[in-house]
Design a protein around this ligand. Structure first.
Ligand code: UD1
Length: 427
């Protein structure tokens, strides 16, 4: 029986939300534990299907993993494998980040190619060309990427043509152990990269980040066990801020780090939200219909995050006036548009540009999550829509949101996860 989230829109949100740890940080940090000849204790690790997929890969490679609350303990003293089968790779596209760590630890890696996903093609050409520049011999055939690391490492300077998050992580992981210095120019500067570097440095590795997007990795012989706390999830924080922006209310989000999404806060303020933040927590008050958002253009960090684009579009749907959103990072990232239009939103799409004419009312209906962040945006829209919204295909939302319905219910939303939405839909 399919699970759905059923929302009766219209409630103001009031209270406190304790934010989960970051998915996009947990995955590379868990991959990085493969490099460790010891035990890594990872706190603030959210319970998500993507994290479960990463744990399955770790276990397949010979690591022993246990969870107690939000703490994962990974014993990677005995890494016995260097190949990840297609079935495990397909559970999570970002498992490509294991390429660098398996290669770094064992000198070899064989992974199935990630292929496409819900938000676009997601090529790995930058990962591959960077590893080749580091002296890795790569064979790509029959859907697999097979890599062998050069034992006599030379120093390498890699200049990325685009600051890819995944490629930056893979280079750091592949260069952390062994010999030589790797320098990445035009590296991604996302907070999750900083978290990965912090984890590795606490294991005895030497990864230096500069504010200008240069990363310097000096390989060390060995990485030892450590204790690390995953950073809070900035995208989930922005999703809950969007929820209050459309529903109205007064909510305090704790366990956050507002420095990681400071450039996005003015969009909420200009929409009419009152924001008070003290870095580790943020309070949002909203008592009016949102004003149209300024032009949003998604960019690499510290620009507007593509992962928050869908949730802010849900806000724009209710706003007074016209908002413009330009998606510059992923070509397939407007799949929520069709579902929002089914709810009564007025959106025009031209290539990478969306024009949103705000309306006073959206109407609840049955909607499908096309991907993770689009799914969260539909939940946001449902909170303020008239009537009942039934959100289907929750497998996407569960990849990145820990108990989204419980968090929103706690602050007053009429929301529940049900096995069969029929009875509530007839109300
Ligand atoms: C990560 C995040 C994802 C976020 C994205 C951009 C994780 C697990 N996922 O994804 O949530 O939306 O960063 O902030 O952290 N590209 C290439 N060739 C490559 C690699 C990337 O052309 O080899 C392109 C992609 O197609 C895309 C753009 O670069 O258009 C950004 O991709 P990238 O920064 O690599 O995103 P991910 O690491 O996949």
């Amino acid at each position: 029986m399919e699970e759905t989230i059923v929302i009766k829109g219209g409630n103001r949100l009031e209270g406190e939300i304790h934010l989960q740890g970051s998915k996009n940080s947990s995955l590379p940090v868990l991959a990085a534990t493969v490099l460790v000849d010891g035990v890594s204790v990872i706190h603030n690790c959210p319970d998500l299907t993507d994290v479960t997929a990463a744990v399955k890969i770790l276990e397949h490679l010979g690591c022993k993993v246990t969870r107690e609350g939000d703490t994962l303990t990974v014993d990677s003293r005995f890494v016995t494998g260097n190949s990840i089968p297609d079935s495990l790779m397909r559970e999570m596209r970002s498992s490509i980040v294991f390429l660098g760590s398996v290669l770094g630890r064992t000198g070899q890696a064989r992974l199935s190619s990630p292929g496409g996903c819900e938000i676009g093609l997601r090529p790995i050409d930058l990962h591959i060309s960077s590893l080749k520049a580091m002296g890795v011999v790569i064979d790509e055939s029959r859907g697999y990427v097979s890599c062998t690391k050069d034992k006599v490492r030379r120093d390498t300077v890699i200049s990325l043509s685009f600051p890819s998050v995944g490629a930056t992580e893979n280079i750091i992981l592949a260069g952390a152990l062994g010999r030589g210095r790797t320098v990445i120019l035009n590296a991604a500067r996302e907070p999750e990269i900083r978290d990965l570097a912090d984890f590795l440095n606490s294991c005895g590795c030497r990864v230096e980040l500069t504010n200008q997007g240069t990363v310097i990795i000096d390989a060390v012989e060995k990485a030892h066990g450590t204790r690390h706390r995953i950073i809070p999830d900035r995208i989930v924080a922005l999703t809950y801020l969007s929820a209050v922006a459309v529903s109205g209310g007064d909510v305090l989000i704790t366990n956050t780090d507002t420095d990681d999404y400071r450039t996005v806060l003015p969009f909420f303020q200009r929409a009419g939200c009152e924001i008070a933040d003290s870095k580790k927590q943020i309070r949002i008050k909203m008592n009016r219909r949102p004003r149209a958002l300024d032009d949003i253009r998604t960019m690499p960090y510290p620009g507007f995050p593509t992962d928050a684009q869908a949730a802010l579009m849900a806000v724009a749907c209710f706003a007074k006036g016209t908002s413009v959103i330009v998606e510059n990072i992923f070509e397939g990232r407007f799949k929520h548009v069709g579902e929002l239009v089914r709810m009564g939103a007025k959106i025009k799409l031209e290539g990478r540009v969306a024009l949103i004419d705000g309306v006073e009312t959206l109407y609840g209906t049955r909607v499908e999550c096309p991907d993770l962040r689009a799914g969260a945006a539909l939940v946001v829209a449902g909170l303020a829509a008239r009537g009942v919204t039934t959100v289907c295909s929750l497998k996407h939302i569960d990849r990145g949101y820990e108990n989204i319905e419980a968090c929103l219910k706690r602050v007053g939303a009429d929301i529940e996860r049900v096995q069969n939405a029929e009875s509530k839909m007839q109300n």
